[in-house]
Design a protein around this ligand. Structure first.
Ligand SMILES: [Zn+2]
Length: 115
C-alpha cells in the first residue's frame, strides 16, 4: 500500500472506492481513532441539557452550533473520519442540548416553522 500524503489515482478499477486516494493509516488505526471519538462523544453526551438541565439517554442529546461558522455536524465528522483535533475545534462551537430544546432553539432562529 502506498504511503505518504493522499494521492489521487487515475486508474479506473478503483474509481469511486478511493475517491480521495489510498488511506495512509492502517484499518486498525482508523478503527481505534473512530472508537476514541465515539468514547469522547459518549462522555460529553452523558451531561445534562444546557437549557432544561434534564438528563436523557445519549441518543436524545445533540450538539447545537451556537457559533456562526459551522463546518459540519459532529456525527458526520465522526463517521467521515475527521481528525480528533478538527472534532475538538468543532465541539468548541457547540452546546449540548436535548433534542426538544434543540428544535426549540432552531425554531427561534427562524430556520423552520412547525406545522
Ligand atoms: Zn433540554
Amino acid at each position: 500500500m502506498p504511503t505518504g500524503i493522499y494521492k489521487r489515482t487515475k486508474s479506473s478499477w478503483n474509481k469511486g472506492k478511493y475517491l480521495y486516494g489510498y488511506p495512509t493509516r492502517s484499518l486498525q488505526w482508523r478503527r481505534e481513532q473512530k472508537q476514541a471519538k465515539r468514547d469522547l462523544i459518549t462522555i460529553l453526551k452523558s451531561n445534562p441539557c444546557t437549557d432544561c438541565h434534564e438528563s436523557f439517554p445519549l441518543d436524545c442529546m445533540e450538539f447545537d452550533h451556537v457559533n456562526e461558522n459551522k463546518f459540519k455536524d459532529i456525527s458526520d465528522m465522526v463517521s467521515q473520519g475527521h481528525s480528533m483535533k478538527a472534532l475538538l475545534l468543532e465541539l468548541e462551537k457547540c452546546e449540548l442540548v436535548c433534542a426538544n430544546c434543540h428544535r426549540v432553539r432552531t425554531r427561534n432562529r427562524g430556520f423552520y416553522n412547525a406545522v
